[in-house]
Design a protein around this ligand. Structure first.
Ligand SMILES: Nc1nc2c(ncn2[C@@H]2O[C@H](COP(=O)(O)OP(=O)(O)O)[C@@H](O)[C@H]2O)c(=O)[nH]1
Ligand SMILES: [Mg+2]
Length: 371
């Protein structure tokens, strides 16, 4: 059982030494533990500090692409390095690394696919009452939209089995926390949660520069994720109000037309017709969106099968065998820049984020091919 602890970092040179120092080197049920730092285009010496601390994998993205992209790049790298379990933690030393054992236990026992660490939000002193309230409210909304029972939906302290990690994908360019829960909830993954401890605050949150911006961005992510995963239901909900109002006005018109004087009320009839057309359009859009989402699911499944296939091949191939296989490759293939399909090729695309030319630029110790 190989565990990789991944830390997405943006300018974390000051706190990274403490994070790495606290990470476990041995855990029950785990044979191998490695660390992976994703340097998300830091302008400080995050990557150099990580290397000097002996981090096994340092993956530099090149330009700053945001937490969602950094997280997904890390997941792909962990899978390429053959992780059976991946734990994500923050580079600001927010989470107590002593809880990693409890976080991965349900996955080792095969009871869960994903485990999310629940912070003691109410007891965190540096969280303002407003932040605590929004935390409770936000988690409740995400639970409702995702159909899960996760108490702390914005916690970044999480453990994933390799298979769950292969199914992960994030479409927004901001943060992965909320969208992955909604996605995983709709995929009926087994998502557990365990209480975790947090360390004293080391710096202000960079992800939440202002409460208002955070609320807007989170609300947009929740709505967009819900439309993506439940399109028919969303459009049907939108079709109900105009449909009902239009029908009521229609019935009123029929009443006057058939049982009373039979003239007038043309304006209300026009309004009813408009409302019924809007409602009908919503239903049609819902059906179309549902058909498109069926395609998305098929594509997701195909990507998952490919990722799993590549993962298993790489897991069962030693680095020496890989080099031998490379040497046996016919020269025609060698002339192409990169002939072998890799897990990262199937990494889900993050919307609104362009991968810079240096993305995935760092050479992986197990990978001999160039991007
Ligand atoms: N804010 C921010 N954090 C990033 C980015 N890329 C990676 N990270 C990392 O994401 C993690 C979470 O960020 P943090 O500011 O601690 O957010 P918080 O825990 O939600 O308050 C940290 O380890 C950051 O270094 C980025 O572009 N912006
Ligand atoms: Mg943090």
């Amino acid at each position: 059982m190989k565990l990789i602890l991944q830390i997405p970092c943006y300018n974390e040179e000051k706190t990274l030494p403490d994070v790495i120092r606290d990470l476990p080197q041995k855990l029950p049920g785990v044979d191998e533990i490695e660390y992976l730092v994703v340097d998300d285009g830091s302008t400080d010496n995050t990557a150099e500090v990580a290397r000097s601390l002996g981090v096994h994998h340092v993956h530099s993205i090149g330009t700053n692409q945001g937490l969602a992209a950094a997280f997904m790049a890390g997941i792909s790298q962990c899978l390429e390095a053959g992780a059976d379990i991946i734990v994500n933690t923050d580079g600001d030393n927010q989470y107590d690394a002593d809880c990693i054992g409890e976080l991965i236990a349900p996955i080792i026992e095969g009871r869960m696919d994903v485990v999310i660490g629940t912070r003691p939000v109410e007891q965190i002193e540096h969280f303002s009452p407003l932040k605590k309230f929004l935390q409770r409210l936000g988690s409740r909304v995400v639970r409702w939209f995702s159909g899960t029972d996760i108490p702390d939906t914005t916690s970044g302290f999480r453990a994933y089995s390799a298979e769950a990690a292969m199914r992960l994908r994030v479409l927004n360019g901001y943060t992965y926390t909320i969208e992955t829960i909604i996605h995983m909830g709709h995929m009926n993954m087994r998502i557990g949660h365990v209480p975790v401890r947090v360390n004293p605050k080391t710096r202000e949150s960079r992800l939440i520069p202002s409460m208002r911006a955070y609320i807007w961005r989170s609300a947009a992510i929740i709505l967009r994720s819900y439309v993506t995963y439940k399109p028919l239901r969303t459009f049907l909900y939108c079709a109900i109000p105009p449909g009902l109002i239009g029908l009521a006005i229609c019935l009123r018109f029929m009443y006057y037309f058939l049982l009373r004087d039979g003239s007038g009320h043309i304006q209300s009839l026009i309004l009813a017709a408009i409302l019924l057309i809007v409602s009908f359009t919503m239903v049609v859009l819902g059906i179309l969106a549902d058909l498109i989402s069926t395609n998305r699911r098929l594509i997701e499944e195909a990507i998952f099968i490919q990722r799993k296939h590549i993962y298993e091949i790489r897991k069962n191939t030693s680095p020496t065998q890989e080099v031998a296989a490379e040497m046996e490759t016919p020269s025609a293939n060698k002339s192409s820049p990169r002939s072998r399909l890799e897990i990262r090729d199937l990494a889900p695309i993050t919307a609104n984020r362009k991968r810079g030319p240096t993305c995935y630029g760092e050479k992986h110790p197990l990978r001999e091919t160039e991007p």
